[in-house]
Design a protein around this ligand. Sequence first.
Ligand code: FPP
Length: 227
Amino acid sequence: IIMDGNGRWAIQRNKPRLFGHRAGIKALKRIVEFCAKLPVDILTVFAFSTENWKRPKEEVNTLMNLVVEYIERELDLLDRNGIKINPIGILDELPEKTLEYIKKAAEKTKDNNKLVLNVALNYGGRAEITQAVKKICQKIANGEITPQDINEDLISRFLYTSNMPDPDLLIRPSGEMRLSNFLLWQIAYSELWVTNVLWPDFKPQHLINAIYDFQNRDRRFGGINLS
Ligand code: FPP
């Protein structure tokens, strides 16, 4: 899920953008708790992109502090619900306190198996592929592999989502028709579902609608349907 539209939601209410991000956290809480009750194995949410640093410093700080606040408030409940928090992105560039909290959350929940919650923080699809290329080149330089060993499986293993299946469904609230550098490699065959609903207004019913629509899609993965 690309959690988009917090700013617009706040502006519609003549409130500062922070107000929208706070409402975005509530939406996140609802959807995570709901997913944990469904046979959903993995939920990946886009919380902060490698491009979001371009926002005013105050908004960046707010978002980073909200991550801390979310973990402070929700960690015990997330843990009790069997949710494994798995941060993905260039984590060592995050502010110290944010990094400390997400590491703590990941450590505490590492053995949970009801739902994996991938939290994309300072995440960019191109940056992810770039770091994978660097690691693969390093392996070649060390003589551990040869260029002939490179295939799609090997590349996938060097992404943050190694050992995870590709997403079935990509949900984008607030009507924007773009991918915004999210999971570029992994979503090659994901089904897209876009709604005009802004993220703070996103409810379990919207997720159900997305899943129903998904169930009626004809997924051919580049092939043809013979049945
Ligand atoms: C997009 O709305 C939303 C973001 C850039 C931040 C999403 C983050 C959260 C919901 C909270 C932090 C996350 C965690 C995991 C605790 P926008 O600001 O781009 O909205 P706009 O397009 O309407 O301006």
